[in-house]
Design a protein around this ligand. Structure first.
Ligand code: NCD
Ligand code: ZN
Ligand code: ZN
Length: 347
């Protein structure tokens, strides 16, 4: 078969995105709006987006930051805490909020207000189950006795399986799945469950963090895993299973906050997200599966219509900018300074 030189797919969505706020929002929003029709916007601002009122106000700030003419649609989420009242769920549903995000307290960036014990949230989760509002899960235990690389697999046994036994109809998205165990669980489980997969976990294994000196721009959470896990994620994402869909987890941090001791976790991928996914799918011989992964499976899981229109990628080498201005700081995209083989066509 001849190597394709263009690839036209359904206008895709990003089902896991960090847009931040203020000056940072203004910098990162145009790239996502150019690539995607919609995005599920994570609520881990400081302070976190814990109520419908806060989410609607944040939505207005996002809409105001859109480039002229953009119809990009932010899909809003609430940050689940130990104290999210059950009656917030009806309000959220009525206001078009799409999901609640569960961060185990202390698991990742801005998760201090996260849940300390899932059982404290059960009345709220029951309301979500009734309303059909999905729970988006950062699936890692925070137990310091558990090895960092095992925290996702242990989370499944300690928290996810009991939760799904107690609330079998609750829709769950296993966000940024990173392991063989996570992919296998999502593929085989009964009931409503899906998973997002990031470009960095499809393209890189943990060697990337340690090759040529310590590489903070490859540090995200959950951390990159060993090669066998990367291969399992590629197999899952390219399997055609509707349970796996695109979620970049694009998570911008000022470069100086990543390039120091205690550096922040998160990879900024939104600038070239589709190009990175196309590279991963092509390497697996599965470019024909990108359309459904990027444009159809997530919408079906959330019960939303597929976007109208298409986007086109062309085979054209280009160099990702090394850094972008980010307020007074700089923002370094994943693969900055490197060459990509696919390029998203303008317009
Ligand atoms: C995310 C962030 O920076 O907000 N960081 C990350 O490494 N993925 C938080 C998250 O998604 O866990
Ligand atoms: Zn996370
Ligand atoms: Zn995230």
């Amino acid at each position: 078969m001849a190597t394709p030189t263009t690839l036209t797919i359904t206008r895709p969505d990003d089902w896991h995105l960090h847009l931040r706020d203020g000056a940072a929002l203004a910098v990162v929003l145009p790239a996502s709006a150019r690539q995607f029709g919609r995005a599920v916007v994570m609520p881990n601002l400081r302070p976190p987006v814990t109520s419908t009122a806060l989410a609607l106000a944040y939505r207005e700030r996002i809409l105001a930051a859109r480039p002229a003419g953009s119809d990009f649609e932010p899909l809003m989420t609430l940050y689940l805490t130990d104290n999210t009242p059950p009656d917030e769920i009806g309000r959220a549903r009525a206001a078009g909020i799409q999901a609640l995000k569960f961060y185990p307290a202390g698991a990742t960036t801005n998760s201090d207000a996260g849940v300390t014990d899932l059982r404290k949230t059960y009345r709220t989760l029951e309301a979500m189950q009734r309303e059909g509002l999905p729970l988006l899960v950062h699936g890692e235990v925070t137990d310091p006795a558990v090895d960092v690389f095992d925290r996702e697999a242990v989370f499944i046994d300690r928290h996810l399986i009991p939760l799904r036994r107690d609330l079998p109809e609750l829709k769950i998205v296993f966000e940024h799945v990173t392991t063989r165990e996570g992919a296998a669980y999502v593929l085989g489980a009964d009931g409503p469950i899906g998973a997002t997969v990031t470009p960095q976990h499809l393209l890189y294994n943990r060697n990337a963090i340690f090759t040529g000196g310590l590489q903070p721009h490859f540090y995200c959470l959950p951390v990159l895993k060993a090669e066998a896990h990367r291969q399992a994620l590629v197999a899952a994402a390219t399997s055609g299973s509707p349970r796996f869909f695109l979620g970049t987890d694009s998570a911008p941090h000022a470069a100086h906050l990543k390039e120091h001791a205690g550096g922040h976790a998160g990879c900024y991928t939104a600038l070239a997200a589709l190009e990175l996914y196309a590279e991963a799918f092509e390497a697996a011989g599965a470019l024909d599966r990108l359309d459904a992964f990027a444009g159809r499976h997530g919408a079906a899981f959330y019960g939303l219509p597929v976007n109208a229109g298409t986007v086109t990628l062309v085979r054209e080498a280009w160099t990702v900018p090394e850094a972008l201005p980010f307020g007074a700081a700089r923002l370094k995209p994943l693969r900055g300074g490197g060459t990509l083989t696919w390029r998203l066509k303008e317009g």
